[in-house]
Design a protein. Structure first.
Length: 221
């Protein structure tokens, strides 16, 4: 079978009968960081705890979030198929997940109307404590960024804070929810505005309520 040290990275975490001699196309152009992660046995990966999540967000070290190695492989394989079948991940998200039509036209100001916002599970969550629920808040409107810093403007940040407090803070203790907006370089879907919310050990009925019974793709494929 060979040890992990001598095994091609695309063989790690894959049953022996499913391994291919050549690297699969969806893994052939990875960065050294991603190929190294794919080549890490799941048994060596440690899930990120809630206090660690809070620190990562507080320190804006969003690139520290990683998926379980085998989940990253599944994520890359699935996205490769989406690009082949739908032309882009954005087309799939719009037509199959959000059921919104392009071009997106918000009814009003940010967070003014409920139908300009949709809360869904993150289809491929990071490798975090299983008690943490990872959601994505999608919006038809832009969340303005400072052109110099590429960070949210004070006005946009305040609008998100108010929305998150109203939507989640009314049902969950303050120390059990957190939000962040990925740096542009970390986004997998650039053309549809969104930010992330993580909840620690929330009531499943509340999650079903705010996501309208959504089920993440990772549980379906």
């Amino acid at each position: 079978m060979g040890s992990v040290d001598t095994m091609p990275y695309w063989h790690v975490n894959v049953p022996e009968h499913e391994r291919t001699e050549e690297c699969p196309e969806f893994l052939s152009s990875l960065s050294a960081k991603d190929s190294g992660h794919i080549g890490t046995p799941d048994s060596q990966y440690r899930l990120t705890t809630w206090p660690e999540v809070q620190n990562i967000v507080a320190e804006n070290r969003l690139d520290a979030f990683r998926r379980v190695p085998s989940d990253l492989r599944r994520y890359l394989q699935y996205n490769w198929g989406l690009k082949r079948d739908y032309g882009s991940i954005m087309n799939f998200v719009l037509s199959q997940r959000l059921h919104w039509e392009a071009p997106l036209k918000p009814r009003g100001r940010p967070f003014e109307f409920d139908d300009d916002v949709k809360i869904l599970w993150n289809d491929w969550p990071y490798g975090i404590d299983e008690k943490i629920v990872h959601l994505v808040v999608w919006t038809k409107f832009e969340l303005d960024e400072d052109p110099v810093t590429a960070d949210l403007t004070d006005e946009a940040r305040s609008a998100i804070e108010e929305y998150v407090k109203k939507t989640f803070g009314s049902r969950i203790p303050k120390d059990r929810y957190i939000w962040f907006k990925n740096w542009r370089s970390l986004k997998s879907v650039h053309a549809v505005e969104h930010f992330h919310v993580m909840l620690y050990d929330p009531d499943p009925e509340f999650v079903d309520e705010i996501t309208n019974g959504d089920i993440p793709l990772c549980r379906k494929v």
